[in-house]
Ligand binder design. Structure first.
Ligand code: 13P
Ligand code: SF4
Length: 306
């Protein structure tokens, strides 16, 4: 570790203790951010952790909807997002108002929202899901019509896995949309022993070529299997840091150096320190919306399928 970083890390850990804070980080965070976190995980694991922490402050190293979910679940805690501009472009592809209009067209539909959505959109939905439990959540529903928002590719993947007919909102993740079937084919040819694992936010043509389609947490568990020695990793490249750290001796091949989520990368050690110093920026969800959104997230956590 460089000296500057070592000093920063020391200051962060010291202040974290004094503030009684916990640091949660998503699998796509910068390596140095993952290394100082108390817990690193996928969206489902992070919301489960947030729900049961007894720390008074949560420093959320991820994007806005993740910090918002933590605040929805823990209204009495201070939730800090070290860069308030760290948003998720996919979550921004739908608003509560547009969802209300769509619901009028499909009054019988059960509305399932991906956790990558704002608190207002969650409040307009019936249940929420993450990439780790989407198949289980949809299977648990007794509904003849399902409106799935905002990720059309995750929705398409789940409908093929469950056989359920779903109305899909046309949102997508710009980072995963950059992953091409040509690239998967190329890497499979160059690395015939490697398992190709992709995230369900990838396009259907990409998913069709993969050996496994998994959430980022699912990828980390899959990599630990004895029969997996080499893995083509079809998701944001931040996860490579954790995969290599937890599996020395195995080979992880990033799909593309361009598979970067700039929002995830905007959280730095400096910003984490400033955030703990200033106790901001704080993410808080207004009362009425929070109560409705919490019911939607709680329903998901109760079903709890992966
Ligand atoms: P995971 O829940 O699989 O970590 O995915 C979150 C995300 O934003 C993927 O782009
Ligand atoms: Fe949103 Fe995609 Fe970034 Fe995940 S990788 S936070 S879905 S933009």
């Amino acid at each position: 570790m460089r000296n500057r970083d070592a000093g920063l890390v020391e200051d962060i850990l010291d202040l974290k203790k004094r503030r009684e804070a916990v640091i949660l980080a998503h699998n796509y965070q910068l390596g140095e951010v993952q290394d100082i976190a108390d817990f690193v995980g996928d969206s489902l694991e992070l919301s489960q952790r947030a729900a049961r922490t007894d720390a008074s402050v949560i420093v959320f190293c991820g994007v806005h909807f993740m910090a918002e979910t933590a605040s929805i679940l823990c209204p009495d805690k201070v939730v800090l997002l070290p860069d308030v501009h760290a948003g998720c472009p996919m979550a921004d592809m739908i608003t509560a108002e547009r969802l209300r209009e769509k619901k009028k067209e499909h009054p019988q539909a059960v509305v399932v929202c991906y956790i990558n959505s704002s608190a207002e959109v969650k409040a307009e939905s019936d249940i929420c899901c993450t990439s780790a439990n989407a198949v289980g959540i949809i299977e648990s529903l007794d509904a003849s019509e399902i409106l799935f928002v905002p990720d059309q590719y995750l929705g398409h993947y789940v409908s093929t896995r469950t056989g359920k007919n779903m109305i899909l909102w046309p949102g997508f993740c710009p980072t995963h949309a950059r992953i091409t079937p040509e690239r998967i084919r190329e890497l499979k040819q160059e690395n015939p022993q490697a398992k190709a694992v992709v995230h369900p936010e990838c396009r259907p043509e990409v998913i069709a070529l993969a050996d496994e389609t998994l959430s980022t947490g699912g990828m980390c568990r899959y990599a630990q299997r004895d029969d997996v020695r080499e893995m083509i990793v079809g998701t944001e490249i931040g996860i490579i840091h954790r995969l290599r750290k937890e599996n020395p001796g195995k080979r992880f091949i990033p799909i593309s150096e361009q598979a970067i989520c700039p929002n995830m990368k905007s959280i730095t050690l400096e910003k984490i320190l400033w955030s703990l110093e200033e106790m901001g920026p704080e993410v808080k969800v207004p009362g009425g919306i929070r109560v409705r959104a919490k019911a939607v997230v709680d329903k998901m956590l109760r079903i709890g399928r992966r």
